[in-house]
Design a protein around this ligand. Structure first.
Ligand code: OSB
Ligand code: MG
Length: 376
């Protein structure tokens, strides 16, 4: 069924995290979140979320560059256009238009959701999802002491999380991890994420990680690298998982060709939307490379998109798709996202679209700026 975008409303909300989240390149305490409300000529309305952060410490994009890109270049290309299939949106946005993938993704994924609503099916079904529940992991920020980290890891395992990801950086790595491994035992599903904190000068140091029994080490080297990661993978038994470097299907193919990693963390926002995320998923399935769904500290709206994506068959490892209460005092959707004691999140497959209702009054209260873009 054709989707013709009628309006795009951009809002910025501020949502305080329950606790600050620290990665090697910075700390976030309050999320500035860009939400989109999209309407179609066919009569549907959906919400989507742009995953960009406040500062360019993860990727070059920020909430402010995304606002500019959507207003100036993305909206004019798509509003009033009749898309026969949501797959047609990304090529339209990529024609002579480089980068700005998080901005493009927020609109592209919104069109998938509009199509789902118009066809009366869940977003998960609309993109080809096959699971009705997904295994969930938690991503723990860098902690002040090994003791504090042990406490968080043990609490996460007790809650039922299927995977515990620990953020690391030089000085907060091997000592912390050795202490945690000793506390939780050899079978606990642990992994680490360095967010580019190491260089080729650290290969000897990183080789020590092989003794920790980690499921994988995520993006140890530069944010846009696939060559040095291949050299590092030759030295490590532990699988490397790429996040930042995989900005599209071409980089995924490079990773496979070069041996830069053995696993991909797919974030639909990072790669420009569901079309590209599905292409990476399918390519990895062909090569028997497992993928899992990453997170960007999304509200319950962005989480709905991640949960839908993680229901595709090759999402074989637990995703960073934690329940609402891990991040927020109160989420902006009902019902909030929850996890059962086995660490599973239910995929809403019964309701059309996202499967959650946006609490618009609360979003109104949290909104600090808003603009609506119409045709012309
Ligand atoms: O590297 O995966 C990352 C959050 C912000 C920026 C980068 C990353 C993360 C996370 C959070 O790890 C995962 C989550 O949303 O729970
Ligand atoms: Mg990461």
């Amino acid at each position: 069924m054709t989707v013709t975008l009628r309006t795009l409303t951009l809002r910025e909300i501020r949502l305080p995290l329950r606790e600050p989240f620290t990665i090697s390149s910075g700390t976030v305490s309050t999320r500035r979140i860009l939400l989109l409300e999209l309407t179609s000529m066919e009569g549907a309305t959906v919400w989507s979320e742009c995953v960009a952060g406040e500062t360019p410490n993860y990727s070059p994009e920020t909430i402010d560059t995304c606002t500019l890109a959507i207003r100036e270049w993305i909206a004019p290309r798509v509003i009033g256009q009749a898309f026969a299939h949501p797959d047609d949106v990304a090529p339209e946005l990529d024609r002579d238009f480089r980068g700005h993938k998080m901005a493009k993704a927020a609109v592209e994924m919104g069109v998938w959701a509009l199509a789902a609503v118009q066809e009366g099916v869940s977003l998960a079904k609309r993109i080809g999802g096959t699971r009705d529940k997904i295994a969930t992991g938690i991503s723990l920020g860098i902690q002040p002491t090994p003791k504090a980290l042990i406490h968080k890891v043990m609490a996460a395992i007790a809650e039922g999380y299927c995977k515990v990801k620990i953020k690391i950086r030089p000085g907060s790595d091997i000592d912390y991890l050795t202490a945690v491994r000793e506390a939780v035992g050899p079978d606990a599903p642990l992994m680490v994420d360095a967010n580019n904190a190491y260089t080729s000068a650290d290969f000897d140091h990183l080789a020590l990680f092989d003794d920790l029994g980690l499921m994988m080490i995520e993006q140890p080297l530069a944010w846009d690298d696939v060559v040095q990661h291949a050299k590092l993978q030759e030295r490590l038994r532990t699988p490397i998982c790429l996040d930042e470097s995989i900005t599209g299907r071409d980089r995924a193919a490079d990773m496979i060709a070069l041996g830069s990693g053995q696993i991909i963390n797919i974030k639909p926002g990072r790669v420009g939307g569901f079309g590209e995320a599905r292409a990476i998923h399918n390519l990895c399935a062909q090569y028997d490379i497992p993928v899992w769904c990453g997170g960007m500290l999304e509200s319950g709206i962005g989480r709905a998109y991640n949960v839908a994506l993680a229901s595709l068959p090759n999402f074989r490892l637990p995703g960073d798709v934690s329940p609402s209460a891990r991040y927020w005092e109160r989420d902006i959707v009902t019902p909030e996202w929850t996890m059962d004691p086995k660490g599973m999140v239910a995929v809403p497959t019964k309701r059309p679209g996202l499967g959650v209702t946006v609490d618009v009054d609360r979003v109104d209260d949290l909104t600090v700026r808003q603009e609506t873009i119409n045709r012309g």
